[in-house]
Design a protein around this ligand. Structure first.
Ligand code: PMV
Length: 300
């Protein structure tokens, strides 16, 4: 048996727009997918965590095996503490964990770059048209500015500076919306309203520029304001549903500096920025009162 790990992420700025080449900023979180693999006569998948889609997951394992040119079959078991309802890069974390487990099994000594490329092939089973930000984050972690290239090899990413510790609360809607579905809905919006969509992309690009500076200087107030601005854009493209709005409202009422959908939306997760650790607990309670699952994550 071999084990592999992949970490989750939150997108702080510019999810969805990143699919169309706008830069995005994402932050690695410590919640992770852990997979155990065992050689088996046929491909198999089981999970301790709720909300995964076995057909897509099995396809993603097959994609990874094919990309790595591995002819043997495995039973793959998923565990860990990364919610799989969407928004936290759980499918990419799973793919990275599978690649790393295979790396351990066959002692391949893969470089991060190869792990990332194989995981991207697995991600395609879930996403259809993934930007590559999730598998990049699950491979490298940290705080990253990501720009999609014309091909995965042309993707660019760099670590961004974090000027002061950031305390986030993640609110989990419990509603699972496949990222592929959300990305397809946004594509439809883009095709129907090309000018408006371009305008929103431009605004997202500006938020990222200002956000990068605010992160570097540790200006948490401005980071929060930019998160709120980003949420306006996410509303405009229709990926923030009632449950997202309830969590966001609860967080803002509890004094969050900013709150928004993170990731694909249509449910999934929201992220709220707290002033400090104590304040994060207050926001946590406000989200709890509305009946949603929630947890705190920090970025140093
Ligand atoms: O919902 P998640 O964690 O899979 O994040 C998706 C991020 C999108 O920008 C919506 C899609 C993508 O491939 O970048």
């Amino acid at each position: 048996m071999s084990i592999g790990i992949g970490y989750g992420k939150v997108i702080l700025f510019s999810e969805h727009f990143v699919v169309y080449g706008v830069p995005a900023i994402a932050l690695g979180i410590t919640n992770k997918a852990i997979v155990e693999i065992k050689k088996s006569d046929s491909l198999g998948y089981t999970s301790d965590t709720q909300g995964t889609i076995p057909e897509l997951t099995t396809k993603s394992i097959r994609n990874v095996l094919e990309a790595m040119n591995i002819k043997e079959n495995f039973h793959v078991h998923l565990k860990g503490d990364l919610p799989t309802f969407g928004g936290l890069g759980s499918s990419a974390a799973f793919c990275v964990a599978v690649v790393r487990a295979l790396n351990n099994e066959y002692k391949l000594n893969l470089r991060n770059e190869q792990v990332n490329a194989y995981a991207y092939e697995g991600e395609k089973a879930f996403h259809g048209n993934p930007s590559g930000i999730d598998n990049t984050m699950a491979t490298y972690g940290g705080a990253v500015k990501f720009i999609r290239g014309k091909t995965p090899a042309e993707n660019k990413f760099e670590q961004v500076k974090i000027g002061s510790p950031l305390h986030f609360v993640i609110g989990v809607t419990g509603i699972s919306s496949p990222t592929a579905k959300m990305v397809a809905e946004v594509r439809k919006f883009k095709e129907e309203e090309p000018d408006q969509f371009q305008n929103l992309c431009d605004q997202a690009g500006e938020i990222v520029k200002r956000g990068e500076k605010a992160l570097a200087s540790g200006d948490t107030k401005l980071i929060g304001e930019l998160m709120n601005e980003n949420q306006f854009l996410l509303r405009a493209i229709g990926v923030s549903i009632e449950q997202n709005e309830t969590i966001i409202k609860a967080a803002l009422s509890a004094g969050a500096l900013g709150a928004k959908v993170t990731g694909g939306g249509g449910g999934g997760c929201c992220i709220a920025l707290a002033k400090d650790e104590k304040h994060a607990k207050e926001i946590l309670n406000a989200i709890k009162e509305k009946g949603f699952d929630r947890f705190i994550t920090s970025v140093e």
